[in-house]
Design a protein around this ligand. Structure first.
Ligand SMILES: [Zn+2]
Length: 66
């Protein structure tokens, strides 16, 4: 029972990446309520309408390549 992450048990509000449960999430998709780490941060559905897009940091960071 030497789990190094045991100290995080109290931090139930700590969000983790949807793809990497061991990584803290720094980005949040408000439309799909998904959390991403730096590596995974991209819009899950960039071609669909999203009312949060104007304020979406993920989209601003990853979606301006054209
Ligand atoms: Zn990730």
């Amino acid at each position: 029972m030497s789990n190094p992450g045991s100290t995080a048990e109290k931090e139930k509000t700590q969000t983790t990446c949807v793809n990497h449960p061991d990584r803290p999430a720094r980005w949040h998709c408000m439309k799909f309520s998904m959390n991403f780490c730096d590596e995974c941060a991209k819009c899950p559905h960039p071609e669909g309408y999203c009312r949060f897009r104007p304020q979406c940091l993920i989209f601003q960071m990853s979606g301006e390549e054209d």
